[in-house]
Write a protein that binds this ligand. Structure first.
Ligand SMILES: [Zn+2]
Length: 247
């Protein structure tokens, strides 16, 4: 592609791009995907996961995840307009993982429920995952990819197809085919911060984060390291940051 054509394309993209203000942190980010499109992709990816994973029939586990999830959803309030919240428990005792997708779709694996013994600990993880969604990290990532693609070789801009749905799943921490593509460290810190604020607003003690991360760190040395850690790299300073954070 000719350099001038590239520039014109890039200028077009920037013009149509929206500037998004991240809830709780106020950070400005450039996002070129509408919330409606995002919710649509999130719902499609969630429906896909639901058909592939085993749903938990345990009423206590389902009730617990819904109870905590609904309180966090109330704390999120208008930060996720048009959310159709759904909280689902997947019956996989060996999978220590959870995820949230645009539109308010949240999945928790029974392995994580075993590790997060208290509702406050569960709220920390769910708050973090939902924080990625309200901060629109996946859309931000895809937007960066679109810009990079145009600058590089030129891409089809209207490519919201099934390939993107896979990217989406990976971006939000669902390991598809073993591939993982974690969010940036800055995104993780932001989701940590937002998650703590949501947990606190929902009435849970944000200090539960400290004990929970300590347990996660211990579980890492076990025979089955938590899947959550493959998309959430552990930093030694994370626990200290939580301790210092004014949530
Ligand atoms: Zn995360």
């Amino acid at each position: 592609m000719k350099p001038t054509l590239r520039l014109i394309l890039l200028a077009l993209i920037v013009v149509v791009a929206g500037c998004y203000t991240v809830p709780e942190t106020g950070r400005k980010s450039m996002i070129m995907i509408s919330p409606g499109e995002e919710a649509e992709m999130g719902a499609a990816a969630f429906a896909d996961v639901r058909t592939k994973e085993k749903l938990s029939a345990d009423p206590a586990a389902n009730e617990r995840v819904r109870r905590v999830g609904q309180r966090i959803a109330e704390a999120v309030g208008s930060a996720l307009p048009g959310a159709k919240w759904e909280f689902v428990v997947f019956d996989e005792p060996k999978t220590v993982n959870a995820f949230a997708l645009p539109g308010g779709k949240v999945g928790v694996y029974t392995g994580l429920l075993d590790l997060a013994k208290t509702d406050a600990e569960l709220a920390i993880v769910m708050g973090h995952e939902i924080g990625h969604v309200t901060a629109r990290h996946g859309a931000e990532r895809m937007s960066q990819g679109l810009v990079a693609g145009v600058i590089g070789v030129g891409v089809e801009i209207a490519s919201h197809n099934s390939h993107n749905r896979d990217l989406w799943r990976i971006g939000y921490g669902l390991a598809a085919g073993g591939a993982t593509l974690a969010f940036s460290r800055a995104n993780e810190s932001e989701a940590d911060y937002i998650g703590l604020r949501y947990a606190a607003k929902a009435g849970y003690n944000p200090m539960a984060a400290i004990t929970f991360w300590q347990k996660m760190a211990k579980a890492k040395d076990g025979a089955q390291p938590p899947k959550w850690l493959s998309t959430h790299p552990q930093h030694a300073d994370r626990i200290f940051r939580f301790a210092e954070m004014d949530a």
